[in-house]
Design a protein around this ligand. Sequence first.
Ligand code: NAD
Ligand code: MG
Length: 395
Amino acid sequence: MTRSISIFGATGSIGESTFDLIQRAGGPGAYRTVAVTGAANIARLAEMARALRAEVAVTADPARLGALREALAGSGIEAAAGPEAIAEAADRPADWTMSAIVGAAGLVPGLRALRHGRTLALANKESLVTAGPLLLATAKAHGATILPVDSEHSAVFQALTGEETAAVERVIITASGGPFRDWPLERLAKATVAEAKAHPNWSMGSRISIDSASMFNKALELIETREYFGFAPDMIEAVVHPQSIVHALVGFRDGAIMAHLGPADMRHAIGFALNWPDRKSLPVARLDLAQIANLSFQAPDIERFPALRLAREVMRTRGLAGAAFNAAKEIALDQFMAGRLGFLDMAGLVEATLARLSSETGLGNAATGLEDVLNIDHLARIRATELAEAIRQNR
Ligand code: NAD
Ligand code: MG
C-alpha cells in the first residue's frame, strides 16, 4: 500500500530537503501526501502542494488565506490558514509526518500527529526542549514512533542501533563552532545579523543559523539529547569539530567509541528517518577521507558561548525550564534580528529571564502538562520582552 506522508514546515530548509527526497522517490506515485504547511511563501507552498497532489495546504498566516486559495485554484487541493488549521491538518492521519516548523509553534502539531500511533520524523528540536516528557509520553500512549532528524541525534540513534543502553557511558555531539568559532569576546559583542547568518558548513534557515553562531543551537541539542535518549546530563558532552564530518559519538563502558560520519547534508538524517528501519540509497555526497585529510576537535569555550552553560542548568532543573529557556531564546533572537539587542545580549537576556521565572514560579518543580508548557512559554515571552527593554535602557 502507498505510504501517506505530511510535511509541516514544507517551505523551510528541512521541508525543501524532505520534498526533494519525496520527489526523487517518485513523488505522488510513491507517496500519498496528506498535508503540507508553510507560512509566508504562498507561491512555493502551492507549488509543492500541486507537485505532491496534497489533500490540503495550510499557511500559518490567516491574512494569506485568499492568496493561497487563488494559488491553488482548479487543483482540488483544500486551502486553510492559522495555527488551529495547522493543528487540524495534523489530525488527518499520515503514516509518516515530518515536523519541520521552526520554534515552539511546532509542538502542538507534533503532539496531534502522534495520536495516530504512526511515525513522527522530528526536526523541530524545540518540541523536545519545551515538552520532552509530554512528547515521549504521548508517543508511548498511542504506540507512535519518534525518529530524530537533527543530524547529531540521528547520528546518536544510528550509533546506538543494536547496542544496550545500559552499556553507554557517554554521548558526544559535535558543534562546528559556527562563523564565530575563533572570534574574541570584544568582536562578538559587535557581530551583525548578516555575519551570524553565514554558517561555514551547513545551509539552514536563518534562525537556526544564528543559533549556531551563538551556540544556542548546541544548547538546545544538549537538552534534546537528554530528553530524547534519557541519558543523565553529565553523560552528555559537546565538542567543537570545525569540519562537521563527525556528527556524534557514543562511548561505551568498555572504552570503545562509535562515531557517525557523513557529509553536511540534512538529506541524510531526513532520508534515514524516511526509510527506517531500512537503509536505502540517498543522493548525498560520499566522503573522501583522504581528501578531507584532517578531522580536528577542541573544547567549547563556555566564556564566549554562555548558552552552553545555560543548557546545563536547564538539563539539571528540567520541569518547565526548557520551555522557559526556549521561549526566552526565541525572543532574544527576534530582538537581535531586529537590531534591538547585541549578539552577546542574547545569552544575558535568556539568563535573566530564567532567573526571573525561577523565582516567580519555581520552574523545576512545576507540572508539565500541555497547558503548563504553553503558559510558561507565554509568560517567558512577556518577561523576556520586558527584560530586553531594561537591557537597552541600561546601555
Ligand atoms: P526554516 O526557517 O527554513 O523553515 C521553517 C518552516 O516553518 C517554514 O516552512 C515556515 O513557513 C514555517 N513556519 C515559520 N514560522 C511558523 C509558525 N509560527 N507556524 C507555523 N509554521 C511556521 O527552518 P529550518 O532550518 O528548516 O528548521 C526547521 C526546524 O528544523 C527547526 O526546528 C530547526 O531547529 C530544525 N533543524 C533544522 C536543520 C537545518 O539544517 N535547517 C537541522 C536540524 C534541525
Ligand atoms: Mg543539529
